[in-house]
Structure formats: C-alpha cells, structure tokens
Ligand binder design. Structure first.
Ligand code: HEM
Length: 200
C-alpha cells in the first residue's frame, strides 16, 4: 500500500474548545438505505429492509462526583421500513467518552420501555486510532445493565446488547445484536446499515 492509500481522514476532535476524542467522528446527520433488520415473529423471523436518519450532536462535557470527566454526544435514530415507508424503530440516547480511563459508554432508550447502559474500555491502540471501532455491550458484564418494564421482562426480555460502529470520514457502518427471550425461545435480533454523512 502506498503512503497516500494509507492516509485515513482524521476528524477535527475539538469542538467549541471541548475535546471529543473518538466521539468527534460521529457528529453530523447521517442517512443510509441499506439497512437489514432481523426481528422475531411468534412462529419465525421477520426480515425487514430499512432506511434511516441518525443525527449526532455535541452535548458538551459533564463532571460526575467531582472526579469523572465525560464528553457526550446526543443522538436520535429514526428507522423506516422500506416496504411501507413507515417509521418502525425510534431510538434516543448518548455516546460518552471518559478519556482518563478510556471508557466508552452508550446509553439509550427505545419506546418499548427498555433502556440500555452499555460500555467498554478501549485499548490504547483503539483510542489512538483515527477511526476506532466503537464497540460496546450490555447485559453480559453486570457492570453494564439493561432496565425494562415488568411486561417486557416477562414477555419479550432483552438479555444482552452489542453494538459496533465504524466511521471513516463521511462513511459509517454499524452492526448490532440484541438477544431476546421471546415466544419461549432465545432470538438473535440483528440490525446493520451503511450510512453517509449528509450534513453537519
Ligand atoms: C435498527 C434498529 C431496530 C429495528 C429496525 C428494530 C425492529 C424491530 C421489529 C420489526 C420488531 C418486531 C416487532 C415489531 O414489528 O415491532 C422488533 C422487536 C423487538 N425489538 Fe427491535 N429493532 C431495532 C433495535 C432494537 C434494539 C436496539 C432493541 C433493544 C435494545 C430492540 C428491542 C426489541 C424488543 C425487546 C423486541 C420484541 C418486541 C416484540 O416483538 O413484540 N430492538 N424490533
């Protein structure tokens, strides 16, 4: 590979004087129409092609217990089923970064009364990487929990969650796996898409 091929776009990581580290690459409005959702049905599987818009905005910095310093990015993800043109998934939350401990966190909620606090400690290599793999999990390590309503815990329980996002310049791809306990079986509910940045 020549030196020029090896150059990867490094985003400006300081915004309004705040250092966003690996979260800076996310900021902007993203659109993608290559989505594939695999979702549970009582007697099988639904396969739903989708398109979506995800908006990430800087949410400034936060101090916890006068000790932990976080930077945060707020997002809204709106997902539309290609076959009907109707929104069938909506998600709001934050990605957060603790530079001192290299801890990446992703907390969000969906309108089924399910809330996730997922996280991971990035290796030094990943946190210095211009386009790190943002990978977090919940429901596997008890430090990263899932909260859900009594109905969901009984009938459609989220057991675990894993999300991987890769950004390179104006291109993003993600893959997520949500393990469910539903209809008397464990179900691997998956979503993936490739998006382009269409605005700041
Ligand atoms: C692009 C993202 C996602 C899409 C498009 C999506 C879509 C779907 C669809 C189509 C179903 C089947 C039931 C229905 O038609 O509404 C479903 C079920 C479910 N999803 Fe998702 N989902 C996504 C992400 C998530 C995430 C991140 C979670 C939790 C962390 C989640 C939790 C659930 C649960 C608990 C159910 C079972 C409810 C039921 O089928 O009655 N989903 N999802």
């Amino acid at each position: 590979m020549s030196e020029i091929d090896a150059v990867i776009e490094r985003p400006e990581t300081t915004i309004d004087g705040i250092e966003y580290g690996p979260l800076a690459a996310l900021i902007g409005v993203w659109k993608g129409d290559q989505g594939v959702d695999i979702a549970p049905e009582p007697d099988g599987t639904e396969n739903n092609p989708y398109f979506e818009t995800i908006t990430f905005e800087p949410a400034k910095d936060v101090e916890n217990a006068e000790e932990q310093e976080l930077v945060a990015v707020r997002y809204h993800q709106q997902v539309t089923r290609t076959s009907t043109g109707k929104v069938f998934h909506d998600q709001v939350g934050y990605w957060m970064w603790d530079a001192r401990t290299r801890t990446l966190m992703h907390s969000f909620t969906i309108p089924r009364a399910v809330a996730i606090v997922s996280g991971a400690v990035l290796t030094e290599d990943q946190s210095n990487n211009p386009t790190p793999l943002l990978k977090v999990t919940a429901g596997i390590d008890p430090d990263w929990p899932i909260a859900q309503s009594p109905f969901m815990a009984q009938k459609a329980k989220t057991l675990s969650y894993e999300c991987k996002i890769k950004v390179n310049g104006d291109k993003m791809s993600y893959a997520q796996t949500t393990m469910l306990d539903i209809y008397g079986r464990e179900f691997e509910h998956t979503d993936k898409n490739a998006l382009k940045r269409v605005g700041d």
